[in-house]
Design a protein around this ligand. Structure first.
Ligand SMILES: *Cc1c(COP(=O)(O)O)cnc(C)c1O
Length: 369
């Protein structure tokens, strides 16, 4: 790859393929695989990521909102797309683009059913989401009778799958809680089959679920972060490859006298003679102020350089006193070192938040598989 000449998010589609194959290899061959590509495929580029996964034979996609599904259809995605969190105002648009809604409450079921009846649908595929302990979105087990009543004799919609979401699949201290979620999901699934007289397929595992509770893979799994190179566990991370690398360049180098300050509100003061480098990215690009003031390092010519002072909107300053470097040299913000998960941890957050926060101002470039 040529060296960066400006701030870029480099997206390695070969790493995506590797991660997909690794996760697939942990599953039974007949288990379907859903790629979660919401939030621009976790801050990367949903179109390119989804098209790559579609070429690799992935079975399903999921996004959070209808708008994201429409964008995928316009990019040429023909596989089924599950919309995890649709809003009634978008149901018309959803049907127009053959997107499949997650129906997660009595209100959503009733409004979707009304739209399906009004537009004379025939067996429109829907997915029922059940709450088994996350207490975020989903029907409760005691809604099953209501669901059965609503769907009785209705040809307009067909329950294609039922699913639930684990609250702490990465946290082995919560094993008992997670096994409880899986057990109540199983019970709900059996009851649904009985009362609806349909046999929807089942899915409950996210990435950490695949890694820690593979016995509950049922008919499909849903993975996001794993595809992008993180398994919420150092042992697993060793088998995965981070897909995204955030790179930039040194815009300017300054040599400071002892006692000089750097940046807004004089956030840093030099003790002794220091050399600093200014980089063309800041909190408007998704690197927030929490990463400043010596909290986090970036890599310059293979060496660690601390972010000093306050992160600005369009710039950050780093200490390169001990590093042999020049204006125009490449700087790795995160990628293989530091990893996004380590970088995020320095600000008490997680790779998911750091990755999805990289703003649309940052140019995306691709390394083909
Ligand atoms: C985001 C999401 C996922 C993906 O979770 P990862 O931990 O990134 O694998 C799966 N299922 C649902 C319902 C989600 O909202």
């Amino acid at each position: 790859m040529p060296k960066a000449t400006e701030t870029v998010l480099e997206i390695d589609l070969g790493a995506l393929e590797h991660n997909y194959r690794f996760l697939r290899s942990r599953l039974n061959p007949e288990t379907k695989f859903l790629g979660v590509v919401k939030a621009f495929a976790y801050g990367s580029d949903a179109d390119r990521v989804a098209l790559t996964l579609q070429t690799l034979g992935i079975d399903y996609f999921a996004v959070a909102y209808v708008k994201e599904g429409v964008a995928l259809r316009n990019a040429g995605i023909t596989r089924p797309i599950l919309v995890l969190h649709p809003q009634p105002c978008n149901f018309g648009e959803l049907i127009k683009h053959c997107l499949e809604p997650s129906l997660y409450s009595p209100r959503i079921l009733k409004t979707f059913l009304a739209v399906a009846v009004e537009s004379a649908q025939n067996s429109y595929p829907v997915h029922l989401k059940f709450n088994t302990g996350l207490n975020r979105l989903g029907f409760w087990e005691n809604d099953i009778d209501f669901i059965a009543e609503q769907l009785k004799g209705r040809k307009e919609i067909r329950v294609k799958s039922i699913f639930s979401h684990l609250a702490a699949s990465e946290d082995l201290a919560e094993r008992e809680f997670t096994l409880g979620q899986i057990a109540s999901f199983k019970k709900i699934a059996e009851e649904i089959e009985l009362k609806l007289d349909q046999k929807p397929f089942r899915h409950i595992l996210n990435t950490s679920g695949i890694l820690n509770y593979v016995e509950a893979q049922y008919d499909m799994v849903r993975s996001g972060i794993g595809l992008y190179g993180f398994g919420n566990n150092p042992k697993i991370d060793a088998h995965l490859r981070p897909m995204a690398t955030l790179k930039t360049v040194i815009s300017q180098i300054h040599r400071l006298e002892p006692g000089e300050s750097v940046g807004y509100n004089r956030g840093y003061t030099s003790v002794g003679y220091r050399t600093t480098a200014t980089l063309p990215l800041g909190h408007a690009d998704g690197i927030g102020r929490q990463y400043g003031n010596g909290n986090t390092y970036v890599t310059v010519n293979g060496k660690k350089a601390l972010i000093i002072g306050n992160v600005c909107m369009d710039m950050i300053m780093i200490d390169v006193t001990e590093i042999d470097c020049n204006e125009g040299d490449e700087v790795i913000i995160f990628g293989s070192d530091p990893t996004a998960s380590y970088f995020a941890s320095t600000a008490h957050t997680i790779s998911y938040e750091l990755l999805t926060g990289i703003s649309q101002r940052v140019k995306r470039i691709f390394i083909d598989r």
